[in-house]
Design a protein around this ligand. Structure first.
Ligand SMILES: C[S@@+](CC[C@H](N)C(=O)[O-])C[C@H]1O[C@@H](n2cnc3c(N)ncnc32)[C@H](O)[C@@H]1O
Length: 212
């Protein structure tokens, strides 16, 4: 009988790297390396440069080169996009991610990247706006509402907070009022909007295209 293949089974392909070749005698003498990872292998979703490094060493290295843009998202309904936005913020080197509203957020889409990313919570838009004001960071609302400017023609400041809304309602009136400008991504199809995490990735990429 041929082996039956379960179509719903998770693929079990090995990812990452195995134990450091040569055993403990060949381990690098560098405190950034994690002895458990050297012994057992490193299966984490990290770039090759960080293989076998401790999480603290990776965060410290990222802290040296994070970009001066921040990302914020309203969280009134446990939006599933937040995890993906955190992952993209990590990939594009955002200084910090800000969650406005509910403290709990769905981490699934983050794929553990939140452990390498600074994430700050704000009770409401007023508290977030006060923080941004104290930090001297303009808030740029990202939504396709009346009066928004296409991102490719917008004045995207180098130091700023990019503020995204939720699936369904989009940005709240308070969030739009707290922003110094509103930026949209030009669309060409029939749908009213793209997914919030897709929108976040597009705008972060545009920021990196200009400044990184
Ligand atoms: C799914 S949208 C919902 C709101 C949207 N204004 C509408 O009328 O359907 C959720 C969030 O994704 C972002 N977004 C989606 N499409 C966008 C676009 N074309 N331009 C800018 N932001 C967008 C915004 O941050 C928005 O608040």
């Amino acid at each position: 009988m041929p082996e039956q293949i379960d179509p719903d089974a998770e693929p079990q392909l090995p990812v990452g790297v195995g134990p450091w070749p040569g055993g403990p005698d060949a381990w690098p003498d560098d405190p950034r390396y994690d002895r458990d990872l050297l012994a057992d292998g490193d299966r984490r979703n990290v770039i090759d440069r960080y293989r076998y490094w401790t999480m603290a060493a990776i965060v410290a290295d990222l802290d040296e080169k994070r970009h001066p843009f921040h990302v914020a998202i309203e969280n009134w309904q446990h939006d599933m996009n937040i995890g993906s936005i955190v992952r993209s913020a990590n990939a594009f080197g955002a200084a910090e991610v800000h969650i406005i509203g509910k403290r709990r957020w769905n981490r699934r889409g983050a794929m553990v990247t939140d452990r390498y990313q600074h994430v700050r919570h704000h009770e409401d838009v007023a508290a977030f706006a006060a923080w941004a004001d104290a930090a001297g960071l303009p808030i740029l609302a990202i939504d396709n509402v009346d009066g928004s400017v296409p991102v490719d023609r917008s004045d995207l400041p180098e130091r700023c907070v990019l503020l995204f809304g939720q699936e369904g309602p989009g940005l709240s009136p308070e969030a739009l009022a707290a922003a110094s400008g509103v930026v949209e991504i030009t669309q060409y199809g029939s749908t009213r909007s793209i997914n919030a995490s897709a929108a976040a990735a597009v705008v972060m990429y545009e920021w990196c295209r200009r400044y990184a």
